[in-house]
Write a protein that binds this ligand. Structure first.
Ligand code: UDP
Ligand code: MG
Length: 252
């Protein structure tokens, strides 16, 4: 069997201060693994120099593929467009701001031997990379999410994940989806596991979210709960196939 290919999928909105370091660290993490991989970055119509820089970086880095949205579509759309463009059998998603440390990629690759999807969990180290308000809203958010969705995902909002590309083939993309991927992938019947990751502080720039624009997650939560309850479940017990589908003989 040929070695599986990996696609590292990254959404990017105004991250010019992070991109060169991010690529360098990904290269350093991937080199010892001797894996075939590409990096797919979707620029969510940045207003800083990210797009120009990405084009320059793609000129020098043959594994880098970049695409740019016509208008700012949001993180979920940028991740989804990257997953759709991915050519690897496996996808690794991570943020562009180095809050996810590329040095942890090998641990995801190892864990994929046991799961179809491996989700990062920042529970133990959330406080290193985010302020107290963020830590608390994330705790409460995860608790409410697990209660309402009947799921057990310790940090569903952690976007550092690795999965077989087919895990995402049939999920319904929606704005806010990036906070529910482990649940959505479980709903498709795949095995989802977790590994602890370290939540780093942002390398450069500022978070794109505040307290209020995160609250929309409650609305999404009810939608996911509904989807989970109403998802079609069936099992064919028996079947007799047609004997022929050739053109029928004229009647009579
Ligand atoms: N992002 C994006 N479009 C947006 C907002 C964010 O593509 O409208 C990207 C951003 O560049 C980063 C990731 O999504 O790679 C996570 O964003 P951020 O770090 O601001 O979120 P936080 O870590 O604060 O939750
Ligand atoms: Mg961040």
């Amino acid at each position: 069997m040929s070695t599986p290919r990996f696609s590292i999928v990254i959404p990017c909105y105004n991250e010019e201060g992070n991109l060169p370091v991010l690529l360098e660290r990904i290269r350093a993490a991937m080199y010892p693994l001797e894996l075939t991989y590409e990096i797919v970055i979707t620029d969510d119509c940045s207003t800083d120099g990210s797009w120009k820089l990405l084009q320059e970086l793609a000129d020098k880095e043959p594994r880098l593929r970049v695409q740019r949205f016509a208008f700012n579509c949001g993180e979920s759309a940028a991740v989804w467009a990257g997953i759709k463009a991915a050519r690897g059998e496996y996808v690794i998603t991570m943020d562009a701001d180095l809050q996810n440390d590329p040095a942890e990629i090998p641990r995801f690759v190892q864990a994929l031997a046991h799961y179809d999807c491996v989700s990062g969990s920042r529970v133990g180290t959330r406080k290193y990379g985010d302020n107290l308000l963020r830590v608390l809203t994330s705790r409460v958010g995860n608790w409410v999410r697990n209660r309402l969705s009947g799921d057990q995902v310790s940090d569903s909002g952690c976007t550092f994940r690795a999965f077989r590309r087919e895990c995402a083939a049939n999920i319904m993309p929606f704005n806010g989806m990036h906070r529910f991927m482990p649940t959505l992938i479980k709903m498709e019947g795949f095995r989802v596991g977790e590994i602890e990751v370290v939540n780093q502080p942002r390398h450069a720039g500022r978070s794109h979210y505040g307290f209020f624009n995160r609250l929309v997650f409650l609305q999404d939560l009810f939608a996911v709960r509904w989807m989970k309850k109403r998802k079609l479940r069936y099992q064919i017990a028996d079947r007799v196939e047609a004997q022929s589908i050739d053109r029928a003989a004229p009647p009579g």
